[in-house]
Design a protein. Structure first.
Length: 288
């Protein structure tokens, strides 16, 4: 039996969350075209007859600008410490030298596979060039081209990971695919819709807290607060005559119902908490 922890690292928007979802065959991490969507370390547990892989999707590596960023980078640090295998993800069209500098700065103590992502968006020559560049680096044990979005080369990647994992007993019993509670994923689905529906700074100034989660006979009742920093942001979230928050609630409810496999009654409220991203108590309350 092979078992171990596999952490996914890379710059914001390299495709880490899309990769986790492709590896798991389930949507665990929210995805958007905007950078820094992931704020937490999200674990996915892949169970098969002869292996158990615990994947960690981490926030994109950035220079922290406020306390929330510091918490996000702590999640990256924790993933570094317990990884048996590291997946270093690069967008094939991104700057190689910049990514190399980033990967070198991680000072990895365990094996790494460099993944050249979005291979479907580039020429075969460019993909090979990237694989050759990273294949020569000290931290790289293997370089593989993939398309996380199209799930290209994902089986090959899983085989490579299993080869590199140590032998041992499973860390998690049963067939759970994550160690995070359902409420976490519900909050993340609402937050994902904020990324899709609102522009500029709103998604980065907002977080979601599920206050009530009650499973009734015919449906699940969910009440959630959307936290923002300013009254003007609250107005934008609500929209004229509450039009935008209705759209947000309707869109999120569809995803939540699909995730839970049952009908959902979703109530959303908007609350203003000035400078919550800098406040240790608020950050703790909101799960960071």
């Amino acid at each position: 039996m092979k078992t171990g922890f596999v952490s996914i690292f890379g710059k914001p928007n390299a495709g880490k969350s899309t990769l986790l979802n492709a590896l798991m065959g389930e949507k665990l991490a929210i995805v958007s075209h905007k950078v820094q969507t992931t704020r937490h370390r999200i674990k996915g547990i892949l169970n098969e007859k002869d292996y158990q892989i615990i994947f960690s999707d981490t926030p994109g590596i950035i220079e922290p600008k406020y306390k929330l960023h510091e918490k996000m980078m702590q999640a990256v640090k924790n993933s570094l410490e317990d990884a048996d295998v590291n997946l270093l993800l690069i967008d094939v069209n991104d700057d190689y030298e910049e990514n190399d500098k980033l990967f070198s700065s991680l000072q990895l103590s365990s094996a790494a596979i460099v993944l050249v992502n979005k291979s479907d968006k580039s020429s075969a020559e460019k993909v090979e060039e990237a694989k050759l560049f990273f294949g020569k680096k000290k931290y790289c044990k293997k370089a593989i081209d993939i398309s996380a979005k199209k799930k290209a080369n994902i089986p090959e990647l899983i085989n490579s990971i299993v080869e590199m994992l140590p032998e041992g007993e499973p860390f998690y019993e049963g067939d759970d695919i994550t160690d995070l509670p359902t409420k976490f994923f519900v909050a993340e689905m609402i937050r994902e819709k904020i990324f899709y529906l609102y522009e500029e700074e709103i998604p980065y100034h907002a977080t979601v807290l599920v206050q009530e989660f009650k499973e009734k006979t015919t449906l699940t009742k969910i009440r959630a607060d959307i936290i923002v920093q300013r009254e003007t942001q609250k107005g934008i979230i609500l929209g004229e005559a509450g039009k935008m928050i209705k759209q947000l609630g309707s869109s999120a409810r569809i995803d939540i119902e699909k995730f839970l496999g049952r009908k959902v009654f979703l109530e959303l409220f908007v609350k203003v908490r000035p400078k919550w991203r800098e406040d240790e108590l608020y950050l703790k309350e909101y799960g960071y």
